[in-house]
Design a protein around this ligand. Structure first.
Ligand SMILES: Cc1cc2nc3c(=O)[nH]c(=O)nc-3n(C[C@H](O)[C@H](O)[C@H](O)COP(=O)(O)O)c2cc1C
Length: 371
């Protein structure tokens, strides 16, 4: 059996490998305004006390994971969007100590952290959490963040080549001792790391590569890829592509998605709440981000404006706006398309999670998506 298949079998106790057909995660609660680029009123704060409330609520509801944004700088706009944020490894370590079952990820930029430090901090959090830590590898696309570190942003595909070497070093530290590594970007002499992580042979690794190079990196090196989809049809074809790429490397890979969720008793209420968020959009920040992502020319044409609405609510992820019943139907369709879990943005995580627990989770259980 290929070692990576074996790796999966030895991590049965990890929430992302449980029997639920649709795993649920919380996405981006460590940053100001979370994943909602809007001035609409919210109780959300990127403080530790508030994040602890969210994490413990999610833990009590039996959700599988929390994945933070790896962020170093604001995107400007009236909200100074995401500028106020907590560092991801220390955040995960502290939440790990105060939760029971939920997984905590650290979203780690390759170029801001040496692989030895990433492996060491990750192994330590895996011990603090008793095997509930995960690594979300990101290459960095916001040049101003990377330049703050004195790093020149390298061309897109080269970032993934470096990430491949980075993650190989991290894995070796988790699995071996007394090895030498001489690569293009890193040199490790007599590599050593103890204690090894609780998860054997190493903690769950995820990545959100969307480009061909990104998907290929995921297929080759990680356990789950976060796909970006705007419809069930695109989810099905992207999920199939990612899995096929992994098979090309004789590996299996899981597929997760991300999106924005807003659930109310009636469609009318849900639409009204959604429209209020969009109307209060922090367009200055949204434009800044889209400019960095290369999505915008100088003017806001109709097509971009349409996309911008999806962008303001959940970073261009999958939109889940409706009643408990209609949102559950969306989860069913996504599961059929091969999506095994969703990392979700709520406009007000702490306020809205209890309703999700009371009204949506029971329907998901009835639909056979969750035990
Ligand atoms: C669910 C998800 C989480 C992400 N988290 C971060 C993050 O916290 N920090 C970051 O710089 N990029 C983050 N990204 C960006 C990805 O790492 C990646 O660069 C992006 O999806 C574009 O794919 P590409 O690099 O293949 O072009 C995230 C993307 C997704 C979909």
């Amino acid at each position: 059996m290929h070692p990576d298949t074996l790796a999966q079998l030895r991590r049965d106790s990890v929430p992302l490998f449980n029997a639920n057909r649709m795993k649920i995660g919380i996405f981006g609660c460590n940053v100001s305004n979370g994943g909602t680029i809007s001035k609409a009123p919210t109780s959300h704060r990127p403080t530790f006390a508030h994040n602890l409330l969210i994490a413990q609520t999610a833990d009590r509801l039996g959700l599988e994971f929390l994945v933070p944004f790896g962020r170093w700088k604001s995107f400007g706009g009236e909200t100074e969007y995401n500028g106020d944020c907590m560092e991801v490894y220390t955040w995960a370590a502290a939440l790990a100590a105060r939760t029971e079952k939920i997984m905590l990820f650290a979203t780690s930029h390759v170029s801001t952290m040496h692989p030895i430090l990433a492996a060491k901090q990750g192994a330590t959090i895996d011990h603090i959490s008793n095997g509930r830590w995960g690594l979300n590898v990101v290459c960095g696309w916001y040049a101003a963040e990377m330049e703050m570190f004195g790093e020149r942003q390298s061309p897109h595909d080269e970032r993934y080549a470096r990430a491949g070497e980075w993650v190989e070093v991290v894995k070796r530290l988790w699995c071996e001792n007394h090895f030498d590594h001489v690569g293009e970007h890193y040199r490790v002499t007599d590599g050593y790391l103890e204690p090894k992580p609780v998860q054997q042979p190493y903690p769950v690794i995820v990545n959100a590569g969307v480009s061909a190079a990104g998907r290929d990196f995921s297929a080759r090196h990680v356990d789950f890829n976060f796909i970006t989809m705007d419809s069930v049809e695109s989810a099905a074809s992207i999920a199939a592509d990612v899995r096929q790429r992994a098979h090309g490397y004789h590996r299996e890979i899981g597929v997760l998605g991300y999106g924005f969720i807003l659930v109310r008793d009636t469609e009318c209420e849900a639409r009204a709440a959604f429209n209020a968020i969009i109307e209060a959009g922090d367009w200055g920040a949204a434009r800044n981000i889209m400019r960095v992502l290369g999505m915008e020319s100088d003017s806001f044409n109709a097509q971009i404006e349409q996309f911008a609405r999806r962008f303001v609510a959940g970073w261009g992820g999958y939109l889940m706006v409706g009643t408990p019943e209609s949102v559950t139907a969306q989860f069913v369709a996504l599961a059929r398309a091969g999506v095994e879990g969703m990392a979700l943005v709520w406009q007000d995580y702490a306020q809205e999670l209890p309703y999700f627990g009371e009204r949506v989770l029971p329907l998901m259980r009835q639909a056979g998506l969750r035990i």
